[in-house]
Write a protein that binds this ligand. Structure first.
Ligand code: TXA
Ligand code: MG
Length: 313
């Protein structure tokens, strides 16, 4: 088993692996990431191979210091203000790439943009600092399957294809970061996530556009319609289960096998989402999975985005 508890010693070992072309799964506050040195094309190519991810789908670079941004990408005061407010945290920027190092071409999938965030997790931050380079890290699961929020989920999906899985416990936020495109005049949200649209609009005092998300021509390739899928059929907005279905509830509801948040708290629901879907999917003798309606506001937007894709046949 390649799961190691995230002790100082093991983080140091993981950083050494990263400096010698290894691939390491690390905890972040959103989901577990599959990390490699952004400047090591061989290691980055390995991420795509391990996940079975198409190479046209770019990766997020994870950094530990805001100052690094300036070497990497074009930043203006609006980006820096957002970074000051939300970093470290679940907010990712798509920026114009200024670092022309060809080693980055694979991370950027040949685009002229680069995508960056600073994760709010002590293990991830320590690992980035010890590795001494930004870390490319998509979610640590096979492409199109559900995102991992525990070290065990990573192992179930990728087994020994990963050099090391650092176990930092369950992820607090539970859904991926919000991605905003900062390359134009207007801010465009490409993926709903840990920081809500409402919060961003309030902070910026401006309207944030939502990418139209044409599934055939995604601006954010991870917005492909089928994504995050469990093996079982999955029904959403279900007021009650049908015979044989595993029912995941929300708020005050009867007949639930599991409840994302009995008190109707959306943050709690987000942090349980992928864990409960993983549990439901492993449950023996069920005919499918059904989920109660989730209010489409705040982090509920991210939940609805993920389950809509998961339910797609
Ligand atoms: O919370 C997160 O963001 C997690 C943790 C590990 O940090 N990472 C994550 O990475 O969710 P990934 O690769 O599963 O999702 C990144 C998304 C993909 O949908 C990708 O298409 C999009 O970001 N993306 C990356 N670079 C982009 C770019 N330059 N333009 C548009 N979309 C981009
Ligand atoms: Mg992913």
């Amino acid at each position: 088993m390649n799961i190691f508890s995230a002790t100082e010693e093991n983080i140091t070992k993981a950083a050494e692996l990263l400096r010698s072309s290894g691939v390491v799964a690390m905890p972040t506050e959103t989901v577990y990431g599959l990390a490699a040195n952004v400047y090591d094309s061989k290691a980055v190519a390995n991420i795509f191979a391990i996940k079975g991810r198409p190479t046209f789908n770019p990766l997020i670079s994870h950094i530990a210091e805001v100052d690094f941004l300036k070497e990497y990408a074009a930043v203006d005061s609006r980006v820096l203000e957002l970074a000051k407010k939300y970093w470290p945290g679940p907010l990712t920027f798509v920026l114009k790439r200024t670092d022309e190092n060809p080693a980055l071409d694979l991370v950027c999938a040949g685009l002229k943009t680069i995508t960056v965030r600073m994760p709010n997790h002590p293990v991830a931050l320590d690992l980035i600092k010890k590795a001494g380079v930004p870390l490319a890290a998509p979610s640590a699961n096979a492409s199109q399957t559900m995102s991992p929020t525990t070290a065990e989920h990573v192992y179930e999906s990728l087994q020994d294809k990963v050099d090391m899985i650092l176990d930092g416990g369950a992820c607090r936020v539970g859904v991926e970061s919000t991605i905003i495109d900062m390359t134009g005049k207007e801010v465009v949200m490409l993926r709903a996530g840990g920081v809500s649209l409402e919060e961003l609009e309030t902070f910026l005092s401006e309207k944030v556009l939502i990418s139209d998300g044409n599934p055939d021509k995604p601006t954010s390739p991870g917005q492909l319609l089928k994504h995050y899928a469990p093996h079982h059929t999955f029904r959403i907005n279900a007021d009650k289960p049908e015979k044989g279905e595993f029912y995941i509830g929300f708020g005050d509801c009867q007949n639930a096998n599991l409840n994302l948040s009995p008190s109707g708290n959306l943050c709690e629901a987000a942090s349980n989402l992928f864990s409960y879907l993983h549990l439901a999917d492993k449950h023996p003798n069920i005919t499918g999975i059904a989920m109660a309606p989730i209010p489409n506001k705040e982090i509920g937007m991210a939940i609805n985005d993920r389950i809509k894709r998961a339910a797609k046949k």
